[in-house]
Design a protein. Structure first.
Length: 111
């Protein structure tokens, strides 16, 4: 950091915040830097929230969404098992998935 940080000097406007944090040789104009930083920060927060709320658990999926999810994961499991010389028991996978869905609904209190 630059010199000793004194919040009173910043509040009184004697020095700007960037000069106090990074030192006196800062080439960034705070009138440009701060708005760009805030726009990027809130943009990243917005994207993170969109991703978080878009992700659904299996107990919240419709049958069509479950079928798509099954096809993706079952195909991947079958390919991995084929590479290892094993066979996937899809009936057992379906039973385990049904138990997971029941547990998710029980925890969330949904029917």
């Amino acid at each position: 950091m630059g010199e000793d940080f004194d919040i009173i000097e910043v509040i009184r406007g004697e020095t700007n915040l960037l000069d106090r944090i990074f030192g006196g040789n800062v080439s960034a104009d705070p009138n440009v830097f701060v708005p760009i930083f805030l726009i990027v920060f809130f943009g990243l927060v917005f994207i993170a929230l969109r991703i978080t709320f878009k992700d659904k658990g299996k107990s919240e999926m419709t049958e069509d969404e479950l079928e798509k999810d099954r096809s993706i994961w079952h195909d991947a499991l079958e390919r991995e098992a084929a590479l290892k010389g094993r066979k996937v028991n899809t009936e057992l996978l379906m039973q385990l998935e049904a138990k997971e869905i029941e547990a998710g609904k029980r925890i969330s209190g949904k029917e």
